[in-house]
Design a protein around this ligand. Structure first.
Ligand code: GLN
Length: 470
């Protein structure tokens, strides 16, 4: 039976189970589902040790945290103890984190226990987990299909009920899109709500840390611990996140017209329309709205993000940490060969595009233009939020695609991000909510987007509309 965080906490408190038993069960399930290749490493030794500590404290009647004994998984671009942090790259193959990410520390302080590190597209570049240097993750519903990405591993461990929640990073959809491909909740907070300290940087102006869970209530529980200002991340906001109960009626919701037209599969459109009908039935007002610059968002994203990627990945030079090429004669050769061996093709493509759009002569034509367009996009969002409480779109234009289907065509692959990148560029909170499935039983997600800092209300709304799978 699928267990939520609430269930696990209740049984631990009632003495029906122990932290150790929960961790052992999660590890056993992880092994049973090894063929999905959702996890790169188990942090077994550390997890069992922490479980025993928590059990001892419970037994002694000491105060334990709110998530005491709850097992979870972190994407392998979060620095965490107990296993290497590879970002699914060869570059960081043997990299042992000297510190833990702030969010991992916070969750551990609350008593949650990390049992493993999940697969991703190397350095989080991708939307299918096919760019992992260690092999693809399989979809929880159809193993011939992709898990989505880049946080595909975290989505699959949650969907398979290995753990009740898992962490992901979302730069342009990496939590939301795999959540929709695997029938679970995937939430990206307002930019700045959660510390990014100790997570391998992708694009600093859009990177956000969030989570996957099987209920909205569990999302809120986890985010209440992850949220808050961090001295080690200057972009974090003072904590404002307080989980709320769903407001049953009367939200004004705008469906973004540009996300419901050509390019969206019929089954996805149909499920989204059904979801809209249930919102109306629940007493919400739903209108169609237009965002004329939305179709340009993907082009903006694939200029701005590679620019930031090329700068953030410059630190991997084979000198300070990570892979160092051997048998080289010169320093330039050392840099070049270490980077060539350590990065996958998609990393290199983004470094090349980023360096190009930032180079003198092209900076004005591409990077600057993209930033101007981004300002227009943000303006359209704020205009709509003067009138609407939330906006809605499908999470992705298709259900999970086949493994290998889009690998030869990067632009086709990028199209999977068309719905998720607009809120990322504007720093807005967004959540992918399970909204049923197509005739073949493949899950479909709907994306709800809120204004800045509306996180608690957004999660509550998504919870009030939970679609229970048969
Ligand atoms: N699929 C998107 C990309 O490839 C999003 C990645 C992410 O959010 N990390 O850039």
């Amino acid at each position: 039976m699928s267990q939520t965080i609430t269930d696990i906490i209740a049984s631990i408190q009632a003495g029906q189970t122990s932290a150790r038993a929960e961790v052992e069960t999660a590890l056993a399930k992880a092994r049973e589902h090894e063929s999905y290749h959702a996890l790169l490493h188990l942090t077994e030794e550390r997890a069992l040790q922490r479980a025993d500590e928590i059990d001892a404290r419970l037994k002694a009647g000491e105060k334990v945290g709110e998530l005491a004994g709850v097992p979870f998984v972190v994407k392998d671009n979060f620095l965490a103890f107990g296993a290497p942090t590879t970002a699914a790259s060869k570059l960081l193959e043997n990299f042992d984190a000297p510190v833990q990410a702030t969010v991992v520390e916070k969750l551990e302080a609350a008593g949650a226990i990390c049992i493993g590190k999940s697969n991703l597209d190397a350095f989080a570049h991708g939307g299918s987990t096919e760019n992992s240097a260690y092999g693809v993750t399989h979809n929880a519903f159809d193993t011939t299909r992709v898990a989505g990405g880049s946080s595909g591993g975290s989505a699959v461990v949650t969907a398979l009920d290995i753990v009740p929640f898992a962490l992901g990073s979302d730069t342009g959809g990496s939590i939301r899109q795999p959540a929709s491909f695997n029938g679970i909740f995937g939430y990206k907070p307002t930019y700045g709500m959660v510390s990014r300290y100790g997570v391998v940087a992708m694009a600093s102006s859009t990177d956000c840390m969030g989570c996957f869970a099987r209920t909205a209530d569990d999302v809120a529980r986890v985010m209440a611990i992850m949220a808050g200002q961090d001295d080690k991340d200057m972009t974090t906001l003072p904590n404002y996140f307080v989980p709320t109960a769903p407001s049953k009626i009367n939200a004004k919701i705008g469906v973004i017209k540009e996300t419901m037209g050509d390019g969206v599969d019929d089954d996805v459109r149909h499920a989204t329309e059904q979801y809209i009908a249930s919102l109306r039935a629940a007493g919400h007002t739903v209108d169609e709205v237009s965002m004329p610059t939305l179709p340009l968002a993907l082009a903006m994203y694939y200029i701005i993000v590679p620019a930031e990627v090329s700068s953030n990945l410059a630190r991997y030079d084979g000198i300070r940490y990570g892979r160092r090429a051997s048998g080289v004669q010169t320093l330039a050769e050392l840099y070049g060969r270490s980077r060539d061996e350590g990065f996958v093709t998609e990393n290199k493509r983004r470094i090349m595009i980023g360096s190009y759009v930032l180079s003198s002569g092209f900076f004005d034509a591409y990077y600057q233009q993209a930033q101007k367009a981004r300002t227009l996009l943000m303006g359209e969002f704020s205009g709509l939020f003067n009138e609407y409480d939330f906006l809605l779109s499908p999470t992705a234009p298709t259900v999970a695609f086949g493994i290998g289907e889009n690998t030869s065509d990067p632009v086709k692959m990028y199209l999977s991000d068309v719905m998720t990148v607009p809120p990322s560029l504007a720093g807005l909170p967004a959540i992918s909510v399970p909204a049923g499935e197509n005739a073949a039983g493949l899950p479909i997600g709907v994306q709800l987007i809120g204004p800045m800092k509306s996180d608690a209300a957004l999660i509550a709304l998504s919870g009030s509309m939970e679609v229970h799978r048969g």
